[in-house]
Design a protein around this ligand. Sequence first.
Ligand SMILES: Cc1cc2nc3c(=O)[nH]c(=O)nc-3n(C[C@H](O)[C@H](O)[C@H](O)COP(=O)(O)OP(=O)(O)OC[C@H]3O[C@@H](n4cnc5c(N)ncnc54)[C@H](O)[C@@H]3O)c2cc1C
Length: 367
Amino acid sequence: MPTDFDILVIGAGQAGLSAGYHLQRLGLRPEQDFLIVDHAPGPGGAWQFRWPSLTLTTVNRVHDLPGMSFAETLPPGSESAPAATAVPHYYELYEKRFDLRVHRQVSVKVVCDRTEDGSPAERGPVLNAETDAAGTIRVRGLINGTGTWEHPFIPRYRGAETFAGRQLHTHDYRSAAEFAGKHVVIVGGGVSAVQLLDEISQVTSTTWVTRTEPIFRDASFGPEDGRAAVAKVEDRVRRGLPPGSVVSVTGLRLDDRLRAAKERGALRRLPMFDHIEPDGVRWADGTFQHADVILWATGFRSALDHLAPLRLRGPGGGITMTGRLATQVAADPRIHLIGYGPSASTIGANRAGRAAAVELTEFLRAG
Ligand SMILES: Cc1cc2nc3c(=O)[nH]c(=O)nc-3n(C[C@H](O)[C@H](O)[C@H](O)COP(=O)(O)OP(=O)(O)OC[C@H]3O[C@@H](n4cnc5c(N)ncnc54)[C@H](O)[C@@H]3O)c2cc1C
C-alpha cells in the first residue's frame, strides 16, 4: 500500500463520496492518485449513527449522490425506513458501483507540514496526514469531509456540573421511551430540537427553552429560500467568520407533525434559564423548573481538530474560505473543506465535492 498520493480525502460521508466520484471522473485513480479514508466501522458517514426514530419520512431530504439514485436502492415499502439503515445501504452500493475503495477504521489524527527531518516547516510541498492505522500518508492536496457529527456542541451554563439528573446531547439520543415518567428540559431551537420535543412530549412532560424566539414558517421551504440561506452562510465563511447555523436564517418549517404538536401545546417555548441546580433549572426572575433530564439539542460544530497544526483559523474564529463554492481555504489552497458551512447539507456536500475535486486537481496540475 503506497503512502504517497496526490490527494487524500478524509471522510466517506456524502461530501467525501461526491469528491471521490468527481476525482475519478477527472481521471484520478483510487488508491493510486487519491485515497479516501474514514474512521467509522461501515459505510454511511454520520447517518449510520442517527437515532432509530429518524426515518426517511422525518429527515429533511437526503439528496442523490452524483450518478446514482437513492430511491432505486430502497426496497418497496421502505419509504419510512430508519435513515440509519437506508442511507448506509445506499452509500455502500454507491462505493461499490463507482469502485471508490474507502479505507475504513483509519483515523486521521493530525495533518501538518513537516520538513524531512520532522521539524515543522512554514509550508512544505507535502502535507503529512498522521493516522492511527495506516501510518503517515503524504499528499499534495487535501479534501476534508469530516462533517460535524463528532463535535456535538453544548453551551456552558452555570451549575451544569451540579445537576443530579441526566444530561445528554442529541448525538446520544436513542428513543423517547427511556424518558417515560421523567421531566425533560429540551434546549435548542433547531430542527432536531423540535423533532425530539415532539417525540418526547408524547410520552412524558417537557419544558422547551431556546435563546431566541423560534420562527415557524408555514409556507413550504422553497428552493429560493434554500439559496438565500446558503448565500448567507457562504458570505460568513468568505469573511472568515464561523459558519453559524442554517436554521438561524431559514426558520423552522411547520409540517403536519409539528402542527399537531403545536395543537397539543407541546411547542410552548420559554426563554433560556439562567442557571442549573442539582434538581432543575432556574430563570433570572427566580422561577424554578424541576428536571430529571436536560437534553441539549444545541447543534454541532465542524470536526476539524486534526487540522489544528495548520493554523487555518483566523482572528474571527472561523476559516476564511474562497473558490467558486467557498470550499478552498484562502490561506492554503492545497486544502478544501467540504460539507463545511454553506455545504453542510446533502445537496451542498454533493456540489462542494465536485467543486473541490475540480479546483484542487487544477491547482495541483498547474503547480
Ligand atoms: C440529525 C441530523 C439530521 C440531518 N438531516 C439532514 C437531511 O435530512 N438532509 C440534509 O441535506 N442534511 C441533513 N443533515 C446534515 C447532514 O449531516 C449533511 O447533510 C451530510 O449528510 C453530512 O455529510 P458529510 O459528508 O459532510 O459528513 P458525515 O456524514 O458526518 O461524514 C463524515 C465522515 O468523516 C469521518 N471522519 C470524521 N473525522 C475523521 C477523521 N479524523 N479521520 C477519518 N475519518 C473521519 C466520519 O467517520 C464520517 O464517516 C442532518 C444532520 C443531522 C445532525
